[in-house]
Design a protein around this ligand. Structure first.
Ligand code: CJB
Length: 826
C-alpha cells in the first residue's frame, strides 16, 4: 500500500442544520414516541444518537455495495476484546454534524455535555489489547481497507471500579441499560454452535482423518453490528458482535407448567451465560471452562459468517486464502485454526493436506506478551470433553508438524518436546501460542524489542525453524480519538499552525511543529492549552474523589492496568520518598506535583488489589497532611476507562512508563501521552525505546536496567542489599511497614513489604535509586518553563510515527497484502 494517494475531500453527510433538526424532532416522535415538551434525558440522547447514526448508514450501504462489487481480499480481525470508547462525539465528528448540535441543543435548552452523560462506552475489553483492536479498526476504515472486526457482545463489560475504605470493589457494568443506539441486530445471520458430545469415523474416509462430530449441546449465536466509520472517507466498516442465545427448544414448557420455574429455564441460563461477562483477568489465565466456551463460540460463529460472506461472490475453496485473511488478536481466538480445519475436512470434505494448506495461508497471529504465565494453555482433559473433535484435530496437526520438525532436526527429541503443541508435564495441555504459530503464515510482535525478544526467548525455537514467519509491527493509536476528540484545544492549535487538518490522517506532518518549539509565542499558547486541560482534569478529580488539586502543579500520570510488572509500586516508593523529604524538611522548595494513578486490578489479583489499597492509603495520608499537601497530591481516579483516559491524557505533563525492561510488550498509553505533549519518564521497554529514538534522548527521561541487565541481575538478585544500602529507599519501605498509612496497623500492608524485600520479582528496588534521581532531574527541568514546553512540543511533533494508520499500513504491506477499496463519496 502506498501512502501518497489522493483522498476524497472530507465531506459532511450532515446536510443542512434545518434538515438535521427536522430529523431530530421526527426521531424523537417516531422512535421514542415522545415530544420535545416531555422528552427525558435518555430520550434526548437516544434521539441524537440515532439521528447521527442514520447519517452513517448510507455510507455503510455504499461501502457494502463497493465491497460486493470489488470482491476484494478482506481482513477479518478476530478479537475477544474491543474497547471502542464513547460513540457520540466520534460520530458527530466523522459525519461533520458536530457543528449543528450546539446551536440546536442551545435552542432546546440542553447541553451536549448533559446528553453525553448517557453515552456509555462499551467496555468490552480489559486494557491495551482491546483498545489496540479499536484503534486498528478505526485506521482500517480510514484507509478504506475492507475489514470486519469480530467479537463477543458481552452482556456485562469490564467491571466498574469503586473504592470502599480504599479497597477496590467491582460492580457489574450493565452497559446496555438504556439500550445501545449504535448497534444493529442482524438476526438473519445467526449461527448455531455445538459443544461436548462425541466423534465417530467418517465411513467413506480411508485416511481416518475425517470424522464426524455429534455435539451434545447447541447454542445460537446472534450477531449485531456496530458501525466503524473512517475519518475523511465515506468508508464505514463494521464490527460484528455475537451474543449467545439458547435454542428455542431450551425452554422446558412442561416443567414450567409444573411449577418448576428454575429448572424450566436452566438450559437457557447455561447457554446465555456464554456471552454474559467479559473475563476481567488481564494476562493471567483462570482456566475456566466457560472462558474456553466463549473463545470457541466467538470463532465458530465468526468463521461461519466469514464463509457465508466468501460464498456470496466466490465458489470453490482455492480462492479462499486470496480473499480471506484472518488476524488472530493474541491467543484467545486461536481455536479458529482447528475450527476451520474441521469445517473444511469434516463438513466440506476437503482432503487434509489441501485443508491445511488453505488454513495456514489464511491465518496470522499477533502476540501481545512476553510473560510466560500469560501464554494461554488449555488442559487436554477439558478440550477432550468440551470440543472432542478439535482435540483430535490438534493431535493430527501436531503429529504432522512434529514429522516436519524431525525431518529438520533428526534425533533432537528435546527440540520436539519444546516445539510440540502439546505440553506433556506436569499435565497434558495444549499450548495455544504454538498452535497459532504452526497454523499461521505470519507471526508478529507489537514493538521492535518485543519482536526481538519473542524470537530470542518466548518463541525462539519457532523463530529458528521459520525465521521468515516473524515480523514486527509496532503498535499505534488513532489520532482522531486520542488527539482530536480528547484534546480539541491542542488540535485547534496544531491545525492553526500547520494550516489545515491534514495531520489527522497523515500524522507524521506533526514534525512541522518542531520549528515552533523555538517560538516563544507558540510555547506560551501550548502552555495555555495544557493549563486549560489541567483545569478540566482538576474538576473531574474533584467531582470523583473530592480532592482539590492545583492545575499549575506538575501533572504526573500513571494510567494502566495494575500489574506487578508495570511497577505501580515503584512509583509509590517515589511518592513516599517525596512525602518523607517534605516531612523532614518542611521548608524545602519542592516542585508542586499531582501524582495521578488510574487503573483496575483483576478481581482475583490479590497482590494488586492490596497495592490499590496502599495507593489510596498513601493518597489519604499525603493529601491530609497540612505541610506535605501544599506541594504534593496523590489521586487514584476510580474506574479508569477510555472516557477517563480522554480527559487525563491531554492534561498530563509527565508520562510514567516504568515497567521492568523486557516485560511490557509495547504499551500504547505511552504513545497517546507523548502525542499530547507529555514527556516520558521510562525504562528501555516496549515501544518506549522507539519513542525515545524519535523524540531524542534529551526529551525523554530514561532510567533503569535494560532488558539484558535485568535478566543478568535476576540470577543473583538480593533486594535486601538495595534496601540496606539506600537510606531513602529504606525509609520509604519502612514507612509502609510502620503502619503510618494504615492508622498504625502494621499487618495490613505487610505483604507488600514482604514481596519487595523477599523476591521483588520485577526488580523495583534495583531500579529505585536511578528512578528517584531521574525524577529529581524531571523536577529541575520543570522549573525551566520554556525548556519543559519545548520538550513537550517536540514530543508531540516527533511521535507522528505512532499513528495506528502507519501500523495498519505496515500490516497491509508485510502481512495482509490487501488493497483499499474506494467508496462512492457522499
Ligand atoms: N496486553 O492488554 C493486554 N492484554 C493481554 O492479555 C496481553 C497483552 C497488552 O497489549 C497491548 C497491545 O499490544 C500492549 O501495548 C501491551 O504492552 C500489552 O500488555
Amino acid at each position: 500500500m502506498t501512502d501518497a494517494r489522493p483522498r476524497p475531500k472530507m465531506r459532511t453527510v450532515g446536510g443542512t442544520l434545518e434538515a438535521f433538526e427536522q430529523d431530530l424532532i421526527s426521531n424523537l416522535y417516531y422512535q421514542r414516541g415522545t415530544t420535545l415538551e416531555s422528552a427525558s434525558g435518555p430520550d434526548g440522547y437516544h434521539t441524537l444518537a440515532v439521528t447521527v447514526r442514520d447519517r452513517l448508514v448510507g455510507r455503510y450501504a455504499r461501502t457494502a455495495a463497493a465491497h460486493y462489487q470489488a470482491n476484494p481480499r478482506f481482513v477479518y480481525y478476530l478479537s475477544a476484546e474491543y474497547l471502542l470508547g464513547r460513540q457520540l462525539r466520534q460520530n458527530l465528528l466523522y459525519t461533520g454534524t458536530e457543528q449543528f448540535v450546539r446551536p440546536i441543543a442551545e435552542d432546546l435548552g440542553v447541553s451536549l455535555e448533559e446528553l453525553e452523560a448517557y453515552d456509555v462506552e462499551p467496555g468490552l475489553g480489559n486494557g491495551g489489547l482491546g483498545r489496540l483492536a479499536a484503534c486498528l479498526l478505526d485506521s482500517m476504515a480510514t484507509l478504506d481497507i475492507p475489514a470486519v472486526g469480530y467479537g463477543i457482545r458481552y452482556e456485562f463489560g469490564i467491571f466498574k471500579q469503586a473504592f470502599r475504605d480504599g479497597a477496590q470493589v467491582e460492580r457489574p457494568d450493565d452497559w446496555t441499560f438504556y439500550g445501545n443506539p449504535w448497534e444493529f441486530p442482524a438476526p438473519d445471520d445467526r449461527q448455531v454452535v455445538g459443544f461436548y458430545g462425541s466423534t465417530a469415523p467418517a465411513l467413506d474416509d480411508p485416511s481416518g482423518l475425517r470424522r464426524q462430530w455429534t455435539p451434545a449441546e447447541t447454542v445460537r449465536g446472534e450477531p449485531s453490528h456496530m458501525l466503524v466509520p473512517g475519518y475523511g472517507t465515506p468508508t464505514v466498516n463494521i464490527i460484528r458482535l455475537w451474543q449467545a442465545r439458547a435454542s428455542r427448544e431450551s425452554f422446558d414448557l412442561s416443567r414450567f407448567g409444573a411449577g418448576q420455574y428454575k429448572e424450566a429455564v436452566e438450559d437457557i441460563v447455561q447457554a446465555e451465560n456464554i456471552s454474559k461477562v467479559l473475563y476481567p483477568d488481564d494476562s493471567t489465565e483462570q482456566g475456566r471452562e466457560l472462558r474456553l466456551k466463549q473463545q470457541y463460540f466467538l470463532v465458530a460463529c465468526s468463521l461461519r459468517d466469514i464463509i457465508r460472506r466468501y460464498r456470496l461472490r466466490n465458489t470453490g475453496w482455492d480462492a479462499f486464502p486470496a480473499k480471506v485473511v484472518i488476524q488472530l488478536n493474541d491467543t484467545h481466538p486461536v481455536m479458529a485454526i482447528t475450527e476451520l480445519m474441521r469445517l473444511l475436512v469434516d463438513e466440506y470434505r476437503l482432503d487434509w493436506d489441501l485443508a491445511w494448506s488453505i488454513t495456514r495461508r489464511t491465518f496470522n497471529y499477533t502476540c501481545h506478551t512476553l510473560l510466560p504465565e500469560a501464554l494461554e494453555t488449555w488442559s487436554v482433559e477439558l478440550l477432550e470433553r468440551l470440543l472432542p473433535r478439535h482435540m483430535e484435530i490438534i493431535y493430527s496437526i501436531n503429529h504432522f508438524f512434529l514429522q516436519e520438525v524431525a525431518a529438520t532436526y533428526p534425533g533432537d527429541l528435546d527440540k520436539m518436546r519444546r516445539l510440540s503443541i502439546i505440553q506433556e508435564y506436569p499435565e497434558k495441555r495444549v499450548r495455544m501460542a504454538h498452535l497459532a504459530v504452526v497454523g499461521s503464515t505470519a507471526v508478529n510482535g507489537v514493538a521492535e524489542l518485543h519482536t526481538r525478544l519473542l524470537a530470542e526467548t518466548t518463541l525462539r525455537d519457532f523463530a529458528e525453524l521459520w525465521p521468515q514467519k516473524f515480523h514486527n509491527v509496532t503498535n499505534g493509536v488513532t489520532p482522531r480519538r486520542f488527539v482530536r476528540l480528547a484534546n480539541p484545544r491542542l488540535s485547534e492549535l496544531i491545525t492553526e499552525r500547520l494550516g489545515d487538518e491534514g495531520w489527522l490522517t497523515d500524522l507524521e506532518r506533526l514534525d512541522r511543529l518542531a520549528g515552533a518549539a523555538d517560538d516563544p509565542a507558540f510555547l506560551e499558547r501550548w502552555r495555555e492549552v495544557k493549563r486549560l486541560n489541567k483545569v478540566d482534569l482538576t474538576h473531574q478529580v474533584e467531582r470523583s474523589t473530592g480532592v482539590v488539586v492545583d492545575p499549575d502543579a506538575l501533572c504526573d500520570v500513571m494510567i494502566k492496568r495494575f500489574h506487578e510488572y508495570k511497577r505501580q509500586h515503584l512509583k509509590l516508593l517515589h511518592v513516599i520518598t517525596l512525602f518523607n523529604r517534605l516531612r523532614e524538611m518542611p521548608e524545602m522548595d519542592m516542585v508542586p506535583r499531582t501524582v495521578l494513578f488510574g487503573g483496575k486490578a483483576a478481581p482475583g489479583y490479590h497482590a494488586m488489589k492490596l497495592l490499590i489499597r496502599l495507593v489510596n492509603a498513601v493518597a489519604e495520608t499525603v493529601n491530609t497532611d497540612p505541610v506535605v499537601s501544599r506541594h504534593l497530591k496523590v489521586v487514584l481516579l476510580p474506574d479508569y476507562n477510555v472516557s477517563r483516559a480522554q480527559v487525563i491524557i491531554p492534561a498530563a505533563d509527565l508520562s510514567e512508563q516504568i515497567s521492568l525492561a523486557g516485560k511490557e510488550a509495547s504499551g500504547t498509553g505511552n504513545m497517546k501521552l507523548a502525542l499530547n505533549g507529555a514527556v516520558t519518564i521510562g525504562t528501555l521497554d516496549g515501544a518506549n525505546i522507539e519513542i525515545r529514538d524519535r523524540v531524542g534522548a534529551e526529551n525523554f527521561f530514561l532510567f533503569g536496567l535494560d532488558a539484558q541487565q535485568a535478566v543478568d541481575l535476576r540470577r543473583h538478585y538480593e533486594p535486601r542489599a538495595y534496601y540496606e544500602r539506600d537510606p531513602e529507599l529504606r525509609a520509604a519501605v519502612d514507612a509502609i511497614a510502620s503502619g503510618v498509612f494504615a492508622k498504625g496497623d502494621r499487618s495490613l500492608f505487610a505483604p507488600v513489604v514482604d514481596a519487595m524485600l523477599g523476591r521483588d520479582e520485577y526488580l523495583a528496588l534495583a531500579d529505585y535509586r536511578a528512578y528517584v534521581e531521574c525524577q529529581d532531574a524531571v523536577a529541575t527541568a520543570w522549573r525551566d518553563r520554556d525548556r519543559w514546553t519545548r520538550m513537550s512540543v517536540l514530543n508531540a511533533a516527533r511521535t507522528g510515527f505512532f499513528s495506528s494508520d502507519r501500523t495498519v499500513r505496515e500490516y497491509c504491506d508485510k502481512i495482509w497484502r490487501v488493497d483499499p477499496v474506494r467508496v462512492e463519496p457522499d
